[in-house]
Structure formats: C-alpha cells, structure tokens
Design a binder for this molecule. Structure first.
Ligand code: ZN
Length: 368
C-alpha cells in the first residue's frame, strides 16, 4: 500500500465568491474539503494524505490523524502540485493520486477502480463524455467537436510517482492537470469511466443549499351532540361533532400549528382569533392561506405524520378519505402523508369519548 493521496486546496476560488473560501465552504453540513479527506481516509488505500493549502493557520487547527499532513501551496494549481510531489519524494511513493478539493462527490469505488487500473498503467484518469455539444474556437473560426470523441477529465487522477515527478520537474508551462503532463510527453494515459456526479464545484450557484425545519402541532376538542364531525376536512358520520369556535377539525388545526411552528410564525390563534369574523369557519378555509404563505416563502413540505387520538370513530375506516383530503388541501402527494389512529385504553376524557385530540409533525425545506 505505497499509495499517497494529494488534495489540492490552494486555489483562490475567485469564480466562487470574492470573500468566501470554496474549500472550506459548508456543503450539506460539511466543509467541501472534508468529503475528500474522509473518503480517502476511509478507503484505507493510502499511507498518507497530503493537503496543499494557502490557508495553513486554518488547517493547523483541525484535529487530523497522523496520516494527514498539511503544507503550504503555490500560486497556481501546477505550482501546488509540484510542491506536493517534492514534499512526498522522501517517502519514496510508488503511486500518487492528485485530487481537487472542489470535487467532493467521487466514490470510494472510483478510488479502488483507479488503483486497479494503475497496476498495468502509469497514468489513470477518470473521464466522462460531455452531455452538451462542444464547439472549438480558433481565432474567428468555430469548429464542431464530436461529442463522442470529447472527454471531460476529472480528478482524482493517479500516477506512478516516478514518472509524474520526472514530467512535473521538467515542465516549464502551467498545466491544468497532471494528465496533461503525460500527454505532453507522449506517455500513455489510461482513461477510465468517471462519475457524472463527480462535478467540480466552481460557482456558488453549483451548490444548492437546502435548509430543513420541523414543526409540531397539537389540538384537542370536546365532543358535543348535534354538530357535524369533521376530521382532516372530511365529514364523518358520527353521533357527535367537535365543539369550538370553528368546525373543531383537530387534524387540520394541528397541521396548521405544525406548519406555523416549522416556519417560526407563531400559532393558529394569531391568525384566527375567536372573533365574530371566524365564527363557525370551516377549517380548510383556515389551512389554505397558511399553505399559500408556505409556498410563497419558498418552502416545500417533505412529509406530514399525524396521530389521531380517539376511541371512536375508527381511523382505519376513513384513513384513505382523510389522506386524500389533506393531500388536496396541501397539494402534496398522498405518499408524503401518514395517519395513525391511537386509542387511550378508555382512560380520561378521550377514553370516555368526550374529546378527540390530534398531534402532527411536519418537515419542511427551503431551497436557496
Ligand atoms: Zn382546534
């Protein structure tokens, strides 16, 4: 296992943001570079992992295991790569992988595949075919490139250390990647199929940030005779209904409170106080404006989980109807809604069929 993994993280990332450093930017709850560090470490394929950065003080504070070293990089990518090779020379590596920190989405399987191919090759480079048609410009002339002959090279790229070192030392021009060194020296590069998801993060807009929130809602209403029973917006044939300023629909009220909670927008009473205006209001009329507001604020619902707590009516009998109704009111898919029925062993007011309660948990996400 005489393999070494170099992570190049010295770029200024000017195209990413004028102030933010791309390599340590948070992406799905982790710094972008951490994906490369963790995967190379977890693969157990490497004797040493070398991080090349121009932000030494920041990386020195990290509690890395001994097998990870951090060194200062150069001005350009090829400078940093050469600095890394010179640093590693004393370890007499057999193979070296060079990787851009800006590609967090490669798999450990790819690392293994590269290494397997390196047994019979001196340079192994993952590449994918372009999805877009490519034009090539020379002065004012435009040429069409055949998409099937155009390869987009990715990293990690892997090499026999000796050859790469030799080519890197004598190369005077700045090169975009190490594969170029081999190509410039007419040395064979073995291209293997890369991974489409292993894109390079270049612009801040390449990263879709998702923030997820949870909200909880609870409601309880007393049962009274001579009132219609509404649950989840569905009229249920029953001897009693739910007492309240509105139709007393505990399910929709708990959903409203859960959504307001997740959005941090107070509670149902703040929007529908017990005033004349809302006397005998049907609950779908209360839920609709809340849902409208949710979507207007760029949120979307991931799922709703509902506990309806009562002895009767039997939830299983009306489950599909209620879920259908909630799906229509919230415009989410039925598969995102779960409804559970819960009895209370005939205990207390609910057990004596004098009240119905409901609790709801909702998860919502905001895409920026
Ligand atoms: Zn209520």
């Amino acid at each position: 296992m005489n393999n070494y993994f170099v992570i190049l993280a010295a770029g200024k990332s000017k195209r990413f943001h004028k102030n933010l450093s791309k390599q340590i930017y948070y992406y799905k709850n982790k710094e972008i570079i951490d994906y490369s560090v963790e995967k190379s470490l977890n693969s157990k394929l490497f004797k040493k992992i070398l991080i090349v950065t121009n932000n030494l003080n920041y990386f020195k504070k990290k509690m890395y295991p001994k097998s990870i070293s951090v060194i200062k990089g150069g001005k350009e990518r090829s400078d940093s790569s050469l600095i890394a090779l010179k640093y590693l020379k004393k370890y007499k590596p057999k193979n070296v992988f060079i990787h851009d920190a800006a590609r967090p989405n490669f798999s450990i399987k790819l690392l293994k595949n590269i290494l397997k191919n390196l047994k019979s090759n001196k340079a192994v480079v993952p590449a994918v075919y372009s999805r877009d048609s490519i034009k090539y410009k020379i002065k004012n002339q435009i040429f069409n490139l055949n998409r099937n002959n155009s390869l987009l090279t990715q990293t990690p790229q892997a090499f026999r250390f000796k050859e790469l070192y030799k080519f890197a030392i004598k190369e005077k021009r700045r090169v975009n990647d190490e594969a170029t060194l081999f190509i410039n020296n007419n040395s064979k590069v073995r291209f293997i199929l890369g991974e489409n998801k292993n894109n390079k993060i270049t612009y801040l807009s390449d990263i879709e940030t998702v923030k997820t929130y949870f909200g909880i809602g609870f409601d309880i209403h007393k049962m009274i005779r001579n009132k219609n029973l509404y649950l989840g917006g569905v009229k249920i044939p029953f001897h009693s209904g739910l007492k309240g300023h509105s139709d007393g629909d505990v399910i929709l009220h708990a959903i409203i409170d859960a959504i307001l909670g997740a959005m941090r927008k107070k509670d149902i009473g703040a929007y529908f106080p017990n005033t004349k205006k809302f006397k005998d209001i049907r609950s779908p009329k209360m839920l609709r404006p809340i849902i409208k507001n949710l979507y207007k604020s760029n949120f979307s619902i991931n799922n709703l989980d509902i506990n309806l707590i009562c002895e009767k009516p039997k939830v299983s009998k009306y489950r599909d109807k209620i879920i259908n109704s909630i799906s229509k009111l919230t415009t989410i898919n039925k598969h995102q809604i779960n409804l559970k029925g819960k009895t209370v062993e005939k205990l207390g007011l609910i057990g004596k069929e004098k009240a119905i309660a409901c609790e709801v948990i909702v998860s919502i996400s905001k895409y920026d």
